[in-house]
Design a protein around this ligand. Structure first.
Ligand code: EPU
Length: 419
């Protein structure tokens, strides 16, 4: 099993170009199934989750080839309607293939993705929405069998009880080739939803309102292929900025999505870091000692503070002057990284959805285990700021979401290697 060895204490300095966004690449790869022609996707990050998505396309009969950060998908031939359980289990977001398969083939068999390291992750909203769209959904033995009548789902008015990102994506994917109009109320407003809709519009889909709480999709008979560039990854951006805030230094992030990162940048700025934005770049200079964030940091659906940036910001705030308070409102088990941070010397108390982080003057290197994707990145941020050497195991979690993780950190002057 591979691990990361990080020697802390180096300031980070330099320029980094942001990778393409994992959380829009995955639904966009699923969406390529709908167009039935060639699609060329640029700025696609090379990640284990992206490879899992391409394996799902392969198993459905599509071709998917990588050339650097460009992915070519040929979905003209479709030979299957079933995703084997082993492939479904490789990543939870495989569930977004459900909407795309229903849109293209009118039927599909998938698996219940089950819980994950972030806690129970039900798909009740996804299934209720599909049923509302006239899909016959049957569950049994861990499998989900979905079938439309006459090969087409029906447009419907869907009111989500919570703006779920995955459910919003699945409904859009199912609706773009459905009969009639679909309206999603209380839709997720995450930038990745807009990126998915941007791709689908480039394929000829009729979608409006994305980025707002009400999305309207008018079903089209047929979509076509296109060439599209995936947006930059705002969470990878938040990670490298948090690392620099923690370890000290100054960096420029190039190819950054500035408006989409505002909810994070507004909070980071309160730690005393100097942040300037413009021309697609974010410049950050750390402050000599970070300040605690005065207001409670509440993770919320976009445009609130992103849950995916909670762990990495927490690493930086373990070293701040004063006490910061986090409130995690999206996932039940998203504080599993705190144990590792405490092992490194942090003072963190977790009480249900609240984590109280009292700043300490130093962290010390330790052997820790990545608990999940963002938690693993948070441990790396803490290790870069700590005195001494840290070892992080179970880094397959980190590889799910960060492209060239060690190379990027080394480019900034961090002492990190994979063994
Ligand atoms: N939920 C339900 N029922 C459902 C759907 C969701 O109860 O039918 C609950 C979930 O259990 C969770 C909450 O609603 O507590 C939010 O889930 P959501 O559906 O919004 O999240 P997701 O689509 O499963 C995506 C990202 C996550 C990100 C969340 C929130 C992808 C592939 N994943 O997950 O990203 O944290 O939205 O923004 O897009 C990550 O990148 O590390 C990551 C976990």
């Amino acid at each position: 099993m591979q691990k990361l060895i990080i020697k802390g204490g180096n300031r980070l300095r330099g320029e980094l170009s942001l990778q393409g966004c994992k959380n829009s690449a995955l639904p966009i790869i699923a969406a390529a199934l709908l167009c039935g022609e060639d699609c060329t996707l640029h700025n696609c990050p090379r990640l284990t989750d992206v490879y899992s998505a391409s394996r799902i396309l392969n198993c459905l009969g599509c071709r998917c080839g990588f050339s650097g950060n460009t992915v070519m998908v040929d979905s003209s031939a479709v030979t299957g309607t079933e995703i084997p359980e082993a492939l479904m289990r490789e990543m939870r977001s495989s569930i977004i293939f459900m909407g795309a398969m229903l849109g293209r083939m009118g039927e599909c068999t998938v698996s219940v993705p089950g819980g994950c390291e972030l806690g129970p992750r039900p798909i009740d909203m996804h299934l209720a929405a599909m049923r509302k769209m006239g899909v016959d959904v049957r569950e049994g033995g861990g499998r989900i069998l979905c079938r439309t009548s006459g090969g087409k789902a029906k447009g419907a008015k869907i009111n989500l009880s919570f703006p779920s990102v995955g459910a919003t994506e699945n409904i859009i994917l199912c609706a773009v080739t459905a009969e009639g109009e679909t309206v999603i109320n209380n839709a997720a407003r995450e930038p990745e939803i807009c990126d998915l809709c941007g791709f689908l519009r480039a394929c000829g889909a009729d979608i409006s309102g994305d980025g707002g709480s009400s999305i309207v999709v008018n079903g089209r008979m047929k979509l076509h292929g296109c060439e599209y560039s995936i947006m930059p990854d705002r969470i990878a951006g938040a990670t490298y900025l948090s690392m620099t805030a923690a370890a000290g230094g100054e960096i420029i992030l190039k190819n950054a999505c500035i408006p989409e990162m505002e909810p994070f940048l507004t909070v980071l700025e309160q730690t005393g870091c100097s942040i300037y934005t413009g021309g697609g770049k974010i410049y950050l200079r750390s402050s000599p000692r970070l300040r605690a964030v005065p207001d409670r940091i509440r993770t919320m659906p976009h445009p609130g503070f992103p849950t995916d940036a909670q762990a990495v910001l927490m690493s930086a705030l373990t070293l701040a002057d004063g006490t910061s308070i986090f409130e995690e409102n999206i996932f039940d088990c998203r504080y599993r990284h705190t144990e590792a941070l405490v092992k490194m010397g942090a003072d963190i108390q977790v009480l249900g959805k609240v984590a109280v982080v009292k700043g300490v003057s130093k962290l010390s290197g330790a052997s820790v285990e990545a608990t999940d994707l963002r938690g693993g990145a948070a441990m790396a941020a803490a290790a870069l700021a700590a005195e001494g050497t840290s070892e992080i195991t179970r880094i397959s979690h980190i590889d799910r979401g960060y492209e060239k993780f060690e190379e990027s950190i080394r480019l900034l002057g961090g002492d990190i290697r994979r063994v």
